[in-house]
Design a protein around this ligand. Sequence first.
Ligand SMILES: Cc1cc2nc3c(=O)[nH]c(=O)nc-3n(C[C@H](O)[C@H](O)[C@H](O)COP(=O)(O)O)c2cc1C
Ligand SMILES: [Fe+2]
Ligand SMILES: [Fe+2]
Length: 401
Amino acid sequence: MAKKINDFIYYVGVLNPNSRISDVIVKTDFGTSYNSFLIKDKKIALVETCHSDFFEDYLENIKEICDLDSIDYIILNHTEPDHSGALKKIIKLASNAKIICSKAGAIYLKNILNQDLDFIIAQNDFELDLGKNKIKFISAPFLHWPDSMFSLLENKNFKALFSCDFLGCHFCEPGIFDFKIKFLSDYDLMLENYFKNIFGSFKKYVLLGLEKINGIDLDFIFTSHGPVLTKNNLLGSVIEKYKIWASEKKDTKNKYVAIFYCSAYGNTFELAKKIKTGILERNKNLDVKLFNIIEHDLNFLRNELNKSDAFLIGSPTINRDAVAPVWNLLTGIDAINNKNKNVAVFGSFGWSGEATDFIFNRLKDLKLKVFEDKLKINFVPSGKDLESAKTFGFEFAKSFV
Ligand SMILES: Cc1cc2nc3c(=O)[nH]c(=O)nc-3n(C[C@H](O)[C@H](O)[C@H](O)COP(=O)(O)O)c2cc1C
Ligand SMILES: [Fe+2]
Ligand SMILES: [Fe+2]
């Protein structure tokens, strides 16, 4: 059902309370929504579309407010299919509508829709006059794709930002407004989860995005997932939270080295302990922590890995491979922000010893700075092997401190 927001703006998005995962990796424990808005003025603009699975409901919502062929513009602030999925069908019906997107957005849309379209490319500061409302487009790349932009609506009585994923949240309650949220602590949880998963790799761009809207006296922020943010409710606090999360600085006094390992019979664990000793011999001020991977929550470990200044991975070889918990951890590496991070690999093996090579190659493929020596010890480490482990730790630490 469409919902009137004010004299000009209507909510025509779709709620998906049953969603439990988005983009393969982002948990949506409380569902999500695909928000889309109609701005009805002398000219009519549709902002974002929705996921293709919900096209029928979406279409009904739009039809409640206007005829499809009366839509003049379809604004896509970002072209990911949760926003562009219904576009192919919509443009068949909204035959008079021109699509407005960024330059990158136009390139992506051509390959998403596999058809040539006449786009209006919104350069930074490009303005669109709808009648009583004006929309100014603000380039905001990497929030979270290179195509993303904001649309700022200026009316003599209010200002509203259409920010797409930025400041959004996978959360679904029927009230659609922030002041109607019933389970606020769940919203808070999902807001942070969303930030970490979608914007955690793009903190620099988050701060730039915030700068671009700094000082604008906004009455609404219309994100494309989760509740509408309003001036007297959560709008300011969500911006503030993004500022804090994107600005988190590491303790630069002591570098943090994390050692992650798995060990069936304690052999790889013995190596891990000696490596730690070696690292601390090189510099006793380093903060070195050991983590037995199977004893911790994976998200916690991924967080430690991503915030470390350097890390090591240890795995025994079991059935000619590194063990599954190690791979699980390795799939969660933020390859963007960990590029060139110092890493090293070690492990105990029995006969074939593939684990260390496989991990080594994976880390190289992700473009981390992999310490060229691998510590590969046969079965139970001898006194001499333990000395080698200490030296390995020392030399590894020497490569960056
Ligand atoms: C079920 C099982 C399968 C194994 N498969 C291999 C293998 O394919 N290649 C190899 O080099 N070692 C293999 N090993 C030997 C282990 O890598 C070796 O015992 C190692 O020292 C274990 O180290 P950990 O105590 O740190 O787990 C296997 C061991 C077990 C228990
Ligand atoms: Fe997105
Ligand atoms: Fe999205």
